[in-house]
Ligand binder design. Structure first.
Ligand code: PEP
Length: 249
């Protein structure tokens, strides 16, 4: 973490929830105080975005979990950034590993989505991360740099982008990257941005970690120099999320 980069915690609810379950989540979210200098952004399933936005405390923001790369047209079941903006939703998660590996989204498509979302005035949580075999074969850097490049080629305004480093082997598995493993990749990503974009972008862009973050491991992970917050899946549905948003307090 750095004093210059505002701590950022996103909650990715994935395809979970019902009005009843969401009411329970809203209760602990709305009972909590957002720590100073922290962004908290919750991403419910698309269909519940208005329900959550209308009821969530003003100290927290909402995000979509995905969007499409054009404004409107014959793209059944897709949602455009223009529609999200129309609902007052300013954030979108793009390139999540489940979108990449379950739904086959390519670097190219993710880049196009990033470009269009930013052009439409949205803020983007752009996800990257290697699979287990890639890590075991020593390919982590190569993989995350390639994913980063596909995103970076489509960004004009880095103040609107948060990078989420989420090793695929750590997502929803209970296997967390160690603080040292996370720090190592975050530092390399920051150096990549400094070299390939410019030093100011490298220094100011928030790089958050995701992958089985919980109430127990969040403090150690969050105390690493280049870890600027978290993208949280499973634990974002539980009161543990409040401990996580307070990880650096
Ligand atoms: C995620 O969905 O982005 C994620 C990191 O999930 P989990 O925290 O459950 O590993």
């Amino acid at each position: 973490m750095s004093a210059d980069r505002k701590f950022f915690v996103g909650g990715n609810w994935k395809m979970n929830g019902s009005k009843e379950a969401i009411n329970g989540i809203l209760q602990f979210l709305n009972d909590s105080k957002v720590p100073a200098n922290t962004d908290v952004v919750c991403a419910p399933p698309m269909v519940y975005l208005p329900y959550v936005k209308e009821r969530l405390q003003s100290g927290m923001q909402v995000s979509a979990q995905n969007c499409y790369k054009v404004a409107s047209g014959a793209f059944t079941a897709e949602t455009s950034p223009a529609m999200l903006k129309d609902l007052g939703v300013d954030w979108v998660i793009l390139g999540h590993s489940e979108r990449r590996h379950v739904f086959g989204e390519t670097d190219e498509l993710i880049g196009q989505k990033v470009k269009h979302a930013l052009d439409e005035g949205m803020k983007v949580i752009a996800c990257i991360g290697e699979q287990l075999q890639e890590r075991e074969n020593g390919l982590t850097e190569e993989v995350v740099f390639k994913q980063m490049k596909a995103i970076a080629n489509n960004v004009n305004d880095w103040s609107k982008v948060v990078i989420a480093y989420e090793p695929v082997w750590a997502i929803g598995t209970g296997k967390t990257a160690s603080p040292e493993q996370a720090q190592e990749v975050h530092a390399r990503l920051r150096a990549w941005m400094s070299e390939n974009i410019n030093p100011a972008v490298g220094q100011s862009t928030r790089i958050i970690y995701g992958g089985s973050v919980n109430a127990k491991n969040c403090q150690n992970l969050g105390s690493q120099a280049d870890v600027d917050g978290f993208l949280v899946g499973g634990a974002s549905l539980k009161p543990d999320f409040i401990t996580i948003i307070n990880a650096r307090c």
